[in-house]
Ligand binder design. Structure first.
Ligand code: GUN
Ligand code: FE
Length: 442
């Protein structure tokens, strides 16, 4: 039995916070502890109470005065784009052709894929992200590298081989049949193995023929417990091109709807320039729009309209979208999310931001029992946040008077330097193997 008591200021969400003063949507324990056994949370509560439940000799990881939250969740990014973040000067379609479709060809080499996959998982963990949903390249080797790197770290990760059979270099194209066969093989190999989940991943309507969409439809029908992911309505030129390729569809969303891809396990990256009809279709089907603020600003794509989703009860999640997204940090992502919504007269409260990064994104994935909150029985994926990690933050924190203010400072000024520790299934990953192991004291 492997047990640890993680002590600090514990914060976890129970529901979506409504308004700035909502204190019923979260649980905050000033001198709290999370009791972890064999990778799962046994219980949380006041340190004094939890201490009595455990054996006298239990290890105590004392993180006071830091905050202890569920690990962050990133619902959309591209693992083969790790080394092309910050590629200059282009909007979506030109950016894909100039940078991305060149870079992704390197992933035909398994050794390259393995090296980047290791780096990718370590970047996620350095930023406090314990679960992510990623596109791999078209090469099955890239998927093997991705899930192997996740498995080696014990991480709950979702991903899949991108399928493309047109409007991309030949070296990055499969065929409808090959995309189908390779996806089937990868699902058989990885889906449900340890903490891995597969996502069927037609890149977007521009790079898939109707025949490949038919194959995607078959894959989704044959594997209802897998996820599906694609891109939707990110950029005006993209929308015009996609709808010209599917003239029978009512609009961009209808392309995916016609192939039976919209369901409550579908993640649609971006969803920026959406008509009311399209958002209503997402609400009806339970498909999730994924808000990627740093990416949308970086590529000049537009502003995600959260109010348009909320008005009709459509689901949305948040994500980095690395490599169009400019940071692996969910803190930096929520900083930009706040600004994108602010520009449109909308408000994202500090509690709502931290809810979104944790329980909100877990709900979007249907994994709320396993991840995204610190509840008994959940997996012990945990992040420890230091609100004073940078000197400017330390100085600013001297005038902070509430938890909401502290969270807002973390989101606005914070980055990977604020991640004091990260636990994956109860294992400390940041200080692992280093001299400065997590401080253990009574
Ligand atoms: N649309 C299709 N592929 C991509 C991609 O790799 N990144 C982004 N941001 N949008 C896309
Ligand atoms: Fe993307």
């Amino acid at each position: 039995m492997n047990e640890v008591l993680i002590r600090g200021r514990v914060l976890t969400f129970l529901a979506e916070p409504q308004g700035i003063d909502d204190t019923t949507s979260y649980r905050y324990i000033e001198d709290g502890a999370v009791y972890v056994r064999d990778g799962k949370i046994v219980d949380i509560g006041a340190y004094g109470d939890i201490r009595k439940l455990a054996d006298a000799g239990i290890r105590i990881a004392d993180h006071r005065p830091n905050l202890i939250l569920p690990g962050f969740i990133d619902t959309h990014l591209h693992f083969p784009q790790t080394q092309v973040i910050a590629s200059y000067g282009a909007q979506l379609l030109e950016w894909l052709n100039t940078y991305i479709f060149v870079e992704e060809q390197k992933f035909a080499r398994a050794a390259h894929a393995a090296e980047v996959a290791d780096r990718f998982m370590d970047e996620l963990l350095s930023n406090g992200t314990t679960t992510a949903v990623a596109y791999c390249s078209v090469h099955p080797e890239s998927v093997d590298a991705y899930f192997a790197a996740a498995e080696a770290r014990g991480m709950c990760m979702i991903g899949g081989k991108v399928m493309m059979d047109r409007n991309a270099p030949d070296a990055l194209c499969d065929t409808p049949q090959r995309g189908y066969d390779e996806t089937k093989r990868l699902i058989a190999k990885w889906h449900g193995r340890g903490r891995a989940h597969y996502a069927v991943s037609p890149r977007f309507a521009i790079t898939s023929t109707p025949e490949q969409m038919e194959m995607s439809k078959a894959l989704v029908a044959e594997h209802p417990d897998c996820y599906v992911q694609t891109h939707l309505s990110e950029n005006r030129d993209e929308i015009a091109f996609a709808t010209s390729l599917y003239p029978e569809a009512k609009d961009y969303t209808d392309i995916y709807a016609r192939y039976g891809l919209l369901n409550d396990r579908m993640l649609l990256g971006h969803c920026i320039h959406m008509s009311e009809r399209e958002v209503a279709v997402l609400a009806e089907t339970g498909a999730v729009g994924v808000f990627c603020p740093t990416s949308n600003l970086f590529l000049g794509s537009g502003l995600f309209n959260a109010a348009q989703f909320d008005k009709v009860g459509a689901r949305w999640s948040v994500a980095t979208d690395v490599g169009a997204g400019t940071s692996f940090s969910m803190l930096e992502t929520m900083d930009e999310a706040y600004k994108v919504l602010h520009l449109q007269g909308q408000r994202l409260t500090p509690f709502n931001s931290f809810y979104r990064m944790t329980r909100g994104n877990a709900l979007a994935l249907g994994l709320e029992k396993q991840i995204g909150s610190l509840q008994a029985g959940a997996d012990a994926d945990i992040v420890v946040l230091d609100s004073r990690a940078k000197s400017a933050m330390e100085f600013r924190m001297r005038t902070a008077t509430s938890l909401a203010e502290e969270l807002f400072i973390l989101q606005t000024m914070g980055d990977d330097r604020c991640i004091a520790e990260v636990y994956v299934a109860g294992r400390a990953m940041k200080t692992k193997g280093k001299k400065t192991d997590t401080i253990v004291r009574e």
